[in-house]
Write a protein of this length. Structure first.
Length: 319
């Protein structure tokens, strides 16, 4: 792929992620008239990391114009290039976990007190994601020691950027957390009083996470297929930017449903008063109808998000 084309496509993806995040923030501050929550900060942190990755990608690709990578090992004679790609690895690996953290924070806010097994599932998922994040940072830092060898012309073949094992470890951790967060919300469905059509609609919202999973899998396959980890940077960087940007967009999209809700006057007056007794349920009724479930309120009525009180919250089969 041409370097210029790669930069243009990456810039487009970064802009789309920014636009989606900005609209999400405007909805939160102007339409809902509420302050930012923890998931909102995580989404913005993820976008800032994607921007940092993009800047590093542009700088590294531009350096390749005057310092092209030598075949067949994709080595370089530019120390600046090696420093930039090392820094970019941190932007990428850290940035992937912020959208996940936003989802975990939202799920923790969503579940009312008393649903012990669901809460335990959230805690376990949070612990696993945190461990995966720490393991990723350790992999980035300890793959090539001393760290200065990452930008050594002589030792560049063993640098983090050029080590396939580091890619495989980090991707496995990242993909497994994506898969976990994709499966987790479906356990909520049995606790909600929904008609079949309503459950299908909610499944559609939850299934947006499948997009990120597929993009991540394709990225890993693209790097693996050559057999010698020799994918050119222009193509590889584009796939990485796509994964980061799409993860941010997917996390933000459900919040944009409130724009559809506002276009239908009858939906804006739906009330969920009295459905949730605990403080967590009050959080849930305040957040979901506008941010996640707003697009379903007209079809589902005010009791769409009511928890199924007939279900045993401590049922061992609930999670």
């Amino acid at each position: 792929m041409e370097i210029v084309l790669s930069i243009i496509l990456q810039a487009l993806l970064i802009f789309l992620a920014f636009a989606t995040t900005l609209v999400r923030s405007c909805i939160r501050l102007r339409i809902e008239r509420r302050s930012f929550t923890l998931p909102d900060y995580f989404v913005w942190a993820g976008w800032l990391c994607s921007l940092g990755w993009f800047i590093c990608s542009v700088l590294a690709l531009r350096l390749q114009i005057n310092h092209p990578l030598a075949e067949p090992d994709q080595t370089t004679d530019s120390v600046d290039y090696l420093v930039i790609v090392f820094i970019s690895s941190y932007f990428f690996d850290i940035g992937l976990y912020f959208p996940k953290a936003a989802l975990i924070a939202f799920y923790g806010w969503l579940i009312p007190h008393g649903f012990r097994n669901l809460q335990l599932a959230i805690y376990a998922s949070c612990i696993y994601m945190t461990c995966a994040f720490v393991a990723t940072l350790l992999t980035d830092t300890l793959t090539c020691l001393p760290v200065s060898d990452n930008w050594s012309i002589v030792q560049q073949s063993s640098s983090l950027w050029n080590t396939y094992e580091a890619l495989a470890i980090n991707w496995s951790l990242n993909w497994s957390t994506d898969l976990l967060l994709f499966i987790l919300p479906f356990f909520l469905l049995r606790y909600l009083k929904l008609h079949k059509r309503q459950k299908m609609a909610l499944c559609g919202v939850f299934s947006l996470g499948l997009i990120t999973i597929v993009i991540s899998l394709v990225r890993f396959i693209v790097y693996t297929v050559p057999g010698d980890y020799s994918l050119e940077d222009a193509s590889g960087d584009l796939w990485c930017t796509a994964e980061m940007s799409i993860a941010i967009i997917v996390v933000s999209l459900p919040a944009l449903k409130v724009l559809i809700m506002r276009s239908v006057p009858s939906t804006a007056n739906c009330s969920t008063d009295g459905h949730f007794q605990s403080e967590s349920r009050k959080h849930m009724e305040a957040y979901i109808p506008r941010s996640l479930g707003g697009s379903f309120e007209k079809a589902c009525g005010p009791k769409f998000w009511q928890f199924n009180t007939d279900a045993d919250p401590n049922d061992e089969h609930g999670v």
